[in-house]
Every structure is written in structure tokens, then in C-alpha cells.
Design a protein around this ligand. Structure first.
Ligand SMILES: O=c1ccn([C@@H]2O[C@H](COP(=O)(O)OP(=O)(O)O)[C@@H](O)[C@H]2O)c(=O)[nH]1
Length: 480
């Protein structure tokens, strides 16, 4: 089953017309025959096996022509099912097409989201296919409940109700539910973060779903970058093409930002700090990626850092000002459960140049420039890159699209120099657009003409680390 829509690869249909037997060229996936349950014997959730023979005769295809992938579970060479302490329900009949689900919660700094993935295994020797994703988000994120974890737990309960409506009842007990928290919880004091995680775990335990060991955790930054890279390269069909071509990813969250790509040049690896290189196994292949997550450089954290407010807790008398904000603007802003008073500079100057200097403080000397980023890799940019490009009118929200780094710069100048015009959209738009421009150029070192593919979804699936994390759950990718 191929996806019917492919918004960001416009030549997809042409490729399919030219290649009638594409399906045969895709990797094969096979599940073990489900075990027959003996009465009284504990059983475990069926975890699909994936076999991935090297595709032999795939002709080299230009980047934009890749078919949409069918494989849903990248297969590492060896896989050991995790110890499971909960009996799973009976296995389905081997003759029946098998549907299974995975529930992944993304506890981000600015919101909590649920991704419910439905996979179909037509028969034990055929490919399981990612059939669809059900996605829902609530705001604010868990960290906003740092002093009231029970209320934070209620947001999870609310999202689990959607899961109960989406996953058929007879699948509940075998459907894993996992939550991974990102920058919001990383930025909290450990005791506050642990209390929130414990609350979530309790809510999971009272749910009818399968709660694996370690199902509630704070994910580390390297995994966040790698798993988003896996998602995007899977959805764009790059993971098992023989071109060895992949796309890089740029993820701009509220609290942290990630850059991940597959280096072509050895110099990139050699000149990177050792912790910026991550390896993992997939399709019998070890990938070595350049990846880093900058904590405090997400869009909302960067706003506060630009204002000099990040970490300045308890200063409720102080007003933090910036020339990136409209002169007469004054408001309370809340991030990570702390509220700050911010304003423009009423009798001062505002505009792009001054703003650029301000945001530069948050980036210069902090963000590493990979050796290779000036090269020719394609980068997919999503999360707040996408949202701000839409708000500022650079792209259409339903279609996304390609922009050059210089387009962000041009639009940032326009927004900052006409703040009143854009104020209704967001008083922070000048600061955000300038920050994005500065991060791309001064931070990562992208050239003005580097093309970024902006996407919120690819083939109707959210571009986020959550799908990659679901693969990692089913087939340990051994990220190290
Ligand atoms: O499945 C998802 C998950 C996140 N986002 C976007 O990612 C950004 C939020 O990042 P987050 O709050 O997770 O920040 P982090 O904790 O990663 O810094 C926002 O633009 C969300 O709309 C999204 O579009 N789809």
C-alpha cells in the first residue's frame, strides 16, 4: 500500500508511472508466525520481525523521485525482546491480516502530543505497513505543571481518552504506550521532573494499555536528533534506497533545537566534538550521524535568553526589554511554568539590525558549525521553523515548501522594520524570524542559498522524532 499523497515530493507520481514493479523492489518484511497460546502460559506482545534484503536492482533515482516506503520496522541485526512483566492477549490467527498499534507521547516544552500509529501486517511474510497516524496535541507542556504534577497527569489522561477511541478495545492490552519528554523536563530541577514522570507512570498504569518497562522517561538530546532523522528519512523513502542519499533535519522546539545529518566527508566527523557523532543500526547497516541538541536554544528559551530573562527566576518586579519587540508592547510571558514581564523599549529603537545583535548573544560561541553544512545536503526543517515560516507568509501551511536561508533573512527584515503590521500575528515574530536567520547563518553556518524543505507532515505523518522512537521501541536501534 502506497500513500496516496506526497506533498513535498511533487514528482512522486511520475516516478510511480515509470516503474510499475516498484513494489517488488522494496525490502521484504516478515513476521514470525504468532505463537499459539497455551492456557496458563504467560505470553508476550508480538513484535514484528523485519527482513531487509539489499535491494539489488533499484536504478539510481533522483532525490525527489523516491517511492514512499513500505517498511515500518527497521531491523537491526540482532534483536532481543525486552523483558515484559505483563501477559499479552492471545495471538491472532496466522491467516488473518494483523493490525497493531503503537502509542507514543511527546512531552515537549510547549505542548504534549499523542501519536497513535496503526500498522498493518497483511500476512506473516509480507511487509507491515504504516497505515496511518492519529495525532493530537494539548498545550501547555508538562513542565508548566511543575508545581502541580497531578494536573499534568490529567493532560495525559485526556489524551489517553483519544487513544481508547482510536485503538479497538481488543487491541488495548497489546498496544504499548510510551512517553518521552524533551527540553521542558530537561530544564526543570530533577525533583520536579521526576514528580511529573511518576505521575505520568501512574496514569499509564491505570490505563488499559500495555506499559513496558521504562515507558516514561526524559529522552537525551542525541536520541531526539537521531530519531527525527529516522522519521524523516523513512517518510521520504531515503532509508533503504541504494543511492546512500539521505536528508538532514533541523528541528526547532521550544526549549531545544536539533541538527542531524549523515556526513559525506570524513572531516566533518573528525572536526566535530566526539559527543556530536552518534551511531545506530538499521537494515544491517551502521549509520554514523552528526547530531546535536542545543538545550536553551529552542525558540521560546531563546526568546527569554535574548531578553536576559532565562533562569532569572523570582524576579517578578523586573521588566525584560528588547529591541526585537514592538516599542509599546508589554506582556507577561510564561515558559516552563515561570512567568516573566517583557516589553519593547518604549522610547528607544527597534528593528532588524539591533535585534540581530541581541539574538546573536544567544548563538555566537555556543552553536558549532559542522565542517560540511555549507555543502549540498538537503535539509528538512520542521516544528517552529515551519510554524514561523507560515506565520510570516513565507510558505502556505497546507503545502509547506522549499525556501532558501536568505528568504528567512529577507522576511525577518520586513517583519522587524514593519512591526506594527505584523504585531497582530505575533509581537514576537520579529524576534523569532531574526533568531531563526541568525541560528541558520551564524550558528550552523548555512549559506544564503541553502535550500530548506519546510514540512509539518510528510505523507500525512507528523515530522517529529515520535515515529522514529516507535521504531526504536519495536526494534532496538541501539543508538550509541
Ligand atoms: O508531532 C509534532 C511534535 C511537535 N511539533 C511542533 O514542534 C514544536 C514544539 O516543540 P516542543 O514543544 O516539543 O519543544 P522541545 O521540548 O522539543 O524543545 C512546535 O512547533 C510543534 O507544533 C509538531 O509540529 N508535530
Amino acid at each position: 500500500t502506497y500513500y496516496r499523497h506526497h506533498r513535498y515530493v511533487p514528482h512522486f507520481y511520475r516516478y510511480r508511472e515509470h516503474s510499475a514493479n516498484t513494489e517488488n523492489l522494496l525490502p521484504e518484511v516478515s513476521n514470525p508466525v504468532p505463537e499459539v497460546v497455551q492456557p496458563g502460559e504467560p505470553t508476550y506482545p508480538q513484535i514484528p520481525e523485519v527482513f531487509h534484503p539489499a535491494p539489488e536492482v533499484i536504478p539510481p533515482i533522483p532525490e525527489a523521485f523516491h517511492p514512499v516506503p513500505e517498511v515500518v520496522h527497521p531491523a537491526p541485526e540482532s534483536y532481543h525482546p525486552p523483558a515484559v512483566h505483563q501477559p499479552a492477549p492471545e495471538a491472532p490467527s496466522p491467516n488473518m491480516s494483523r493490525v497493531f498499534y503503537g502509542i507514543m507521547f511527546d512531552a515537549g516544552s510547549t505542548g504534549t502530543r499523542i501519536h497513535i500509529y496503526k500498522f498493518i501486517q497483511k500476512d506473516p511474510v509480507e511487509l507491515p505497513v504504516l497505515d496511518n497516524e492519529m495525532y493530537h496535541a494539548v498545550k501547555p507542556g508538562l513542565s508548566a505543571y511543575k508545581d502541580n504534577p497531578e494536573e499534568g497527569g490529567n493532560t495525559i489522561r485526556q489524551l489517553l481518552r483519544i487513544a481508547k477511541k482510536t485503538v479497538p478495545e481488543d487491541e488495548w492490552r497489546r498496544t504499548p504506550v510510551v512517553l518521552k519528554a524533551t527540553a521542558g523536563l530537561r530544564l526543570l530541577p530533577e525533583d520536579k521532573a521526576s514528580a511529573l514522570l511518576k505521575e505520568v507512570r501512574d496514569v499509564f498504569d491505570e490505563s488499559p494499555f500495555f506499559v513496558p518497562n521504562n515507558s516514561v522517561s526524559i529522552m537525551n538530546g542525541a536520541n531526539e536528533g537521531v530519531l527525527a532523522w529516522v522519521t524523516v528519512n523513512f517518510l521520504t523513502g531515503h532509508l533503504y534506497s541504494n543511492t546512500r542519499r539521505t536528508v538532514g533535519i533541523l528541528d526547532l522546539g521550544g526549549g531545544s533545537t536539533q541538527i542531524t545529518f549523515l556526513p559525506k566527508s570524513r572531516k566533518t566527523v573528525q572536526s566535530a566534538p566526539p559527543t556530536y557523532i552518534a551511531r545506530f543500526n538499521m537494515f544491517n547497516h551502521t549509520y554514523q550521524l552528526y547530531t546535536h541538541s542545543y538545550l536553551g536554544n529552542g525558540l521560546y528559551a531563546a526568546r527569554l535568553a535574548t531578553l536576559g530573562a532565562l533562569g532569572a527566576d523570582g524576579l517578578d518586579w523586573k521588566i525584560f526589554t528588547s529591541s526585537c519587540l514592538p516599542k509599546k508592547f508589554r506582556e507577561d510571558v510564561t515558559f516552563g511554568g515561570t512567568t516573566y514581564k517583557v516589553s519593547g523599549i518604549p522610547d528607544g529603537y527597534a528593528g532588524y539590525k539591533l535585534c540581530y545583535y541581541e539574538v546573536m548573544k544567544v548563538i555566537k560561541g555556543i552553536v558549532h558549525q559542522p565542517y560540511e553544512v555549507k555543502g549540498s545536503s538537503i535539509f528538512y526543517a520542521f516544528s517552529y521553523y515551519f510554524d514561523r515560516a507560515v506565520e510570516s507568509g513565507l510558505i502556505d501551511s497546507s503545502r509547506g515548501g522549499a525556501v532558501e536561508v536568505r528568504d528567512f533573512k529577507k522576511r525577518a527584515k520586513e517583519v522587524c522594520n514593519k512591526m506594527t503590521k505584523y504585531r497582530a500575528i505575533s509581537p514576537f515574530l520579529c524576534m523569532d524570524m531574526t533568531y531563526i536567520t541568525c541560528l541558520l547563518k551564524e550558528g550552523f553556518g548555512f549559506k544564503d542559498n541553502t535550500v530548506l524543505q519546510l514540512a509539518k507532515k510528510v505523507n500525512n505523518v507528523e515530522t517529529s522524532w515520535a515515529l522514529g522512537a516507535t521504531f526504536d521501541y519495536f526494534r532496538n536501534l541501539n543508538i550509541h
